[in-house]
Design a protein around this ligand. Structure first.
Ligand code: ZN
Length: 247
């Protein structure tokens, strides 16, 4: 079986379409798993939500997904920087009741076979950024499966967790796939719609259960098309500009 793992789409339709096309043209996927933050920042929240609803088999909630629905949850737009807050308020105005309902029903964590899926971390699914081996180590007791998939930082990374408690990290790069017989792993497949590892190409991963490999893919997409739409909607200039640099 082949599983596509996508995260942090952030209303970037051009990036999402490029990723889904690439999945289709490179062997397809039996299932698509989404690690949250479908919306926020970008210009196409409704279109991205429609596609995610139709194409993904499982999806967890991200902090931006919860911020735009407001109300019942623990993520408040006022915690965001002004540009992100503005974009999320704009996003909320674009969404239908059905969209809001879908977002508000997304679970915080999903267990699927050997995998636990969360947006930020198993310990704090919509808040914590897993950026260090220390934080990864502290999170090991918060999930029981062998593998954990996270997003949120928009940076592709693999944390290797040894039985003696040692945790090491490495950048997750396309030419260096992860084999799934190396003990417990926490893996971030990077961001589809707003990469922040100084590479502007959209990122996603494919888990091939027969080959026991998880491979990262980077896909160039029409960044200018997304930036033009952001400009037309009056979304913050800084949010459009950062897409060119992957920061
Ligand atoms: Zn995000």
């Amino acid at each position: 079986m082949r599983y596509a793992i996508i995260a942090d789409i952030h209303s970037n339709l051009a990036a999402l379409t490029a990723v889904l096309d690439d999945i289709k043209h490179t062997g397809g996927a039996d299932e698509i798993w989404c690690l949250g933050d479908i919306v926020g920042y970008g210009p196409d929240p409704r279109e991205c939500l429609d596609i995610i609803r139709q194409t993904t088999n499982i999806c967890v909630a991200g902090n931006h997904d919860w911020a735009v629905i407001g109300g019942k949850n623990e993520v408040d737009i006022s915690e965001f920087n002004p540009d992100a807050a503005y974009a999320d308020q704009w996003t909320a105005q674009q969404l239908s009741n059905e969209d809001m309902e879908y977002l508000s029903n997304l679970p915080l964590a999903i267990e699927k076979g050997d995998f636990t899926l969360v947006h930020g971390s198993p310990r704090e699914p919509v808040r914590e950024y897993l950026l260090s081996s220390g934080a990864a180590r502290e999170n090991l007791s918060y999930f029981t499966t062998r593998f954990c998939l996270v997003g949120h930082s928009h940076q592709p990374v693999v944390f290797y967790c040894k039985e003696n408690g040692d945790v090491s990290a490495r950048y997750f790069l396309p030419d260096n796939p992860v084999t799934t017989d190396e003990g417990r792993l926490i893996i971030n497949p990077g961001s589809v719609g707003q990469p922040r590892d100084s590479n502007p190409d959209a990122a996603y991963a494919i888990y091939d259960s027969e080959q026991q490999l998880i491979r990262l893919h980077r896909i160039p997409y029409d960044i200018r098309a997304t930036q033009k739409k952001m400009q037309a909607h009056g979304l913050p200039v800084r949010l459009a500009a950062r897409l060119s640099y992957g920061v």
